[in-house]
Ligand binder design. Structure first.
Ligand code: AMP
Length: 288
């Protein structure tokens, strides 16, 4: 499954992407995360992106397209991925279309999380406060001033993607103001409706880590395999049961028939004997 999560900063894309990763065993490709890692590692890309990111601007398209193209080629992305924070401009969306076509990959859906902009500042403030409480490092661009700029860039540069994907019949819009689990359920329903996921994908069936997931899958497979012979035995026992039933029926039938014959014979004898007097015959027979 390959999907794009679209939404302004603070709309919950990252949270939903992580939940989708757990649920479907696919990877989250967040250009923001990758760029932050590049900045921290001091790579050439990181050096290019650092200032732009700190001010809330957009890193050049060719930089992010290059990062995404390389990341999609990694083995862990083979099972599918969620693009979070990419594409952010129409040229990036066009470049993505082109690189997916080139890699013979299909995009299943674009999920837009629609939120009330005035609530976003509150959300980000709460998130920052919680991160500080947990002693976590707060992003340099998570300030009200930078967020206002990021929101403006979303409106002018990213929002046209809603039209872009809706024209291509890829867009699904979900109310991002609902509670986190309600949004997750709505996303799942949408993916089901689009046929992007199997109906039996349960939230808790996908373990958080890949090995645990594998272990669970093996366990389920073993359980299934163990159940199979039992099922087969049950099935095989069925004809035996039927045969037994049939035999019982036959014996019953034979007994009934024999009883009938005896009765008939007795009747006949009685009839015959009745010419001479039934009592006598009976006695005679009884003697015999
Ligand atoms: P995010 O974590 O998605 O909010 O991204 C943080 C910052 O990384 C953004 O404000 C941009 O400066 C930069 N960035 C992330 N993704 C992109 C992208 N697709 N195109 C351009 N810049 C990006």
């Amino acid at each position: 499954m390959r999907i794009i999560l679209l939404g302004p900063p603070g709309s919950g894309k990252g949270t939903q992407a992580q939940l989708l990763v757990q649920r479907y065993g696919i990877v989250q490709l967040s250009t923001g995360e990758m760029l932050r890692a590049a900045v921290a590692a001091g790579t050439p890309v990181g050096l290019k992106a650092k200032e732009i990111m700190a001010s809330g601007g957009l890193v050049p398209d060719e930089v992010v397209v290059g990062i995404i193209s390389d990341r999609i080629d990694q083995p862990d992305a083979r099972n599918g991925f969620i693009l979070d924070g990419f594409p952010r401009t129409v040229p990036q969306a066009e470049a993505l279309d082109e690189l997916l076509r080139h890699k013979h990959l299909k995009l299943d859906a674009v999920i837009e999380l629609r939120v009330n902009e005035s609530a976003l500042l509150n959300r980000v403030e709460t998130r920052v406060a919680q991160m500080r409480e947990r002693g976590e490092e707060v992003r340099v661009d998570d300030t009200p001033e930078v967020l206002t700029k990021r929101l403006a860039s979303y409106r002018t540069q990213t929002e046209p993607l809603i039209h872009y994907y809706s024209e291509r019949r890829k867009l699904s819009t979900i109310d991002g103001m609902m509670a986190i689990d309600e949004v997750t359920r709505a996303v799942h329903r949408q993916l089901l409706a689009l046929g992007a996921v199997e109906p039996k994908t349960h939230a808790r069936s996908a373990a958080k880590s890949a090995p645990a997931k594998k272990a669970k899958a093996t366990k389920t497979a073993t359980k299934k395999a163990a159940k199979k012979p039992a099922k087969a035995a049950k099935k095989a026992a069925k004809p035996a049961k039927t045969a037994k039933k049939a035999a019982k029926k036959a014996v019953k039938g034979a007994k009934k028939a024999a009883k009938k014959t005896v009765k008939k014979a007795a009747k006949k004898t009685v009839k015959k004997g009745s010419k001479k007097g039934p009592k006598k015959v009976t006695k005679k027979r009884a003697k015999r």
